[in-house]
Design a protein. Structure first.
Lengths: 280, 350
């Protein structure tokens, strides 16, 4: 091979000064596509976010469900909004594990040593995780519908629900990506998920009404963001009304505010963390 | 060969600047000082090797130069650009191939190369053409459509090198390019590096292997605990370290004592008791081997092994600092990954 085989850099690269939006968007799309390609190739990752909710659906619908009675609603209709909230919350763990795995791979170092927008590395990561989580969510909802879940949705409520869920997936993905960059390993991320996210996802009025809980879990559940999420989904799909705290009186608004708050904290922290060097 | 560099490749203002110029570069992790006031100068078109054992600070040094770590003290310029203040310009000048293959394991070899080409700003068609060239050059054809996670260590390295050469970098940085590779893959990497050097690529190479530095570098900087121990051309270093050696491994410690007593009058001996080994400088190579072998045969003392070998990093440290480079457990780990001893097939080496 001749020396001519090694070409100088594309001149377009050198003309780039400061932030170039077109380039940023293109790099983000390239890196998003890279993440999406992994979905069919690592099916166990998608399985992780779908199998757990499905197991919970089956367990609670056919094993524990007969012992749980919620006034004024069939348990099936009570359960599915809870499952949706729970699997959205578990999405934090999924995004965290995937991110921490990715960050420890050499490929991110290569990206970081290349003349591309650093922001695009992290937004590409978020977009990939985001699409994967939406896909997982769609599978869980499809499973629920197949088992006879009956959401009573008006068109307006349908849009509101879709918007809220997309916002929640987006916020939780950023949160998961942040956690994924903070923890030392994907095992640590699993541990964090088990200790923090698991209980919060369980006590959020997911499987049993908050009103029947003991005083302390009830107090936590009243202000658990996942409670607002579950109450919002339940309110929109089944027309139920929740109460007990301000956020449960206004679950849709509360959920939107939680998402904005999470994004306002997680996005800058994740970007700062990414720009700070990872340990050698 | 005509040089195809255009002014856009290397900004004319810094064309004369050395590829690397570092002064007092320091990096601490908590109490641990990984790189301790290290100076480094790499001239354009030269090949410099950072040689040192595991944990000597080689990778940390490389990561600072590649803008992946921010130095705690000191300064460094790559192609005339400050690694902290002008990180973006530095990133445009270098190409880093890290210690572990820097590829997406869920993409195929070709998809990885395409992605890197696109990220470097080449359009789709140009990327395809460039990637095809690289696939041919680095002999990736037979596994171009295989996922990187299913490739062997040697195959990954080839893809990795190709990915580093999508654009002609002002400076190519290879961090331990052959660690963990079997001997055959190692030879492939070496010959590729030689070709690139022949084309005038400036190269900074880190390695744990003295013979690798010797084979590839114009200048070697020996480091340990983040500090420079010695620097010079491979010939200068080897002059200090000595050339080949004959190792005699005694069958037991009694035999070792007998051999030591017998041979000490005739040869210059280094005795490594833990390994029951006598090490004898052999500048005359085969002739010296024959003399030692004769002496051992005549003694009728039992030996496990008698062999001529090249000096290792440990010999270099012993000669230059009076102590060996590595603690025993690190040594064992290194020997485990030493291509010279690796008998694992290529598929396992990954």
């Amino acid at each position: 091979m001749s020396a001519a085989a090694i070409r100088p850099a594309d001149p377009a690269l050198d003309e780039r000064g400061g932030f170039a939006p077109a380039r940023y968007v293109r790099d983000t799309l390239l890196l998003t596509a890279r993440s999406l390609r992994a979905i069919p190739r690592v099916p166990e990752r998608l399985l992780d976010v779908t199998i757990q909710p499905i197991v919970f659906i089956l367990l609670f619908l056919y094993v524990f469900g007969s012992a749980i009675h919620v006034y004024g609603i069939s348990y099936k209709d009570y359960l599915f909004p809870g499952i949706i909230g729970q699997s959205l919350a578990f999405g934090i763990i999924g995004a965290g594990v995937a991110t921490s795995n990715d960050m420890t791979e050499g490929v991110v170092d290569r990206f970081r040593s290349m003349p591309i927008s650093r922001l695009s590395i992290i937004t590409g990561q978020v977009m990939g995780q985001f699409c994967e989580a939406l896909l997982g969510m769609a599978i869980v909802i499809g499973f629920g519908l197949a088992l006879g879940w009956n959401p009573h949705l008006t068109l307006a409520h349908g849009f509101e629900l879709a918007g809220l869920m997309v916002l929640a997936v987006f916020a939780f993905t950023w949160l998961g990506v942040l956690f994924g960059m903070l923890v030392r390993s994907s095992d640590a991320m699993q541990g964090l998920g088990f200790i923090v996210i698991f209980p919060l996802a369980f006590m959020a009025g997911t499987f049993v009404p908050i009103a029947g809980m003991d005083a302390i879990p009830r107090a936590i559940a009243h202000w658990d963001p996942i409670s607002a999420l579950v109450a919002a989904v339940r309110g929109l799909t089944q027309g139920t009304h929740s109460s007990g705290s301000w956020q449960l009186d206004h679950p849709q608004l509360a959920m939107a505010l939680w998402c904005v708050l999470i994004l306002a904290i997680a996005v800058p922290l994740a970007l700062r963390r990414f720009n700070r060097t990872l340990a050698a | 060969m005509p040089d195809t560099n255009t002014p856009s490749d290397i900004a004319s203002a810094d064309a004369a600047a050395p590829a690397i110029e570092a002064h007092g570069l320091t990096k601490r992790f908590g109490d641990f000082t990984a790189v301790d006031r290290l100076d480094l100068r790499v001239e354009n078109g030269s090949v410099v090797s950072l040689l040192g054992p595991n944990g000597a600070g080689k990778t940390t040094m490389v990561r600072m130069l590649a803008t992946l770590l921010r130095p705690d003290a000191g300064s460094a310029r790559v192609a005339g650009h400050d690694v902290v203040g002008e990180a973006d310009a530095v990133r445009r000048s270098i190409s880093l191939t890290g210690q572990f293959a820097a590829l997406d394991k869920n993409l195929t070899a070709e998809e990885n190369l395409r992605l890197m080409a696109r990220l470097r700003g080449h359009r789709r068609g140009a990327s395809r053409a460039r990637v095809d060239e690289l696939i041919e050059r680095f002999d990736v054809e037979e596994f171009r459509d295989r996922l990187v996670k299913n490739l062997s260590g040697g195959q990954r390295r080839r893809v990795d090198l190709a990915a580093s050469l999508i654009d002609r970098p002002r400076l190519l940085v290879l961090d331990e390019p052959t660690t963990g590779l079997d001997p055959r893959s190692r030879q492939v990497v070496w010959s590729t590096v030689r070709e690139l050097v022949g084309e005038g690529v400036t190269l900074l190479l880190t390695t744990q292997y003295l013979d690798e530095a010797d084979a590839l570098a114009d200048r070697v900087v020996l480091i340990d605990h983040g500090r420079e121990i010695a620097a010079g051309t491979p010939a200068q270093l080897k002059a200090q370290v000595g050339e080949q050696r004959v190792d005699v491994v005694a069958a037991d410690s009694a035999a070792l004592e007998q051999l030591t007593a017998l041979l000490s009058g005739r040869f210059e001996l280094d005795v490594v008791r833990e390994q029951r080994t006598l090490s004898i400088p052999a500048p005359g190579e085969a002739a010296d081997l024959a003399r030692v072998a004769e002496a051992v045969r005549d003694s009728r003392i039992a030996v496990d092994e008698l062999a001529l070998r090249r000096p290792t990093l440990d010999d270099a440290f012993l000669a230059l600092t009076g102590h060996t480079a590595t603690e025993s457990e690190v040594q064992a780990r290194e020997r485990g990954s030493d291509p010279e001893n690796a008998e694992t097939p290529e598929e396992v080496a990954a």
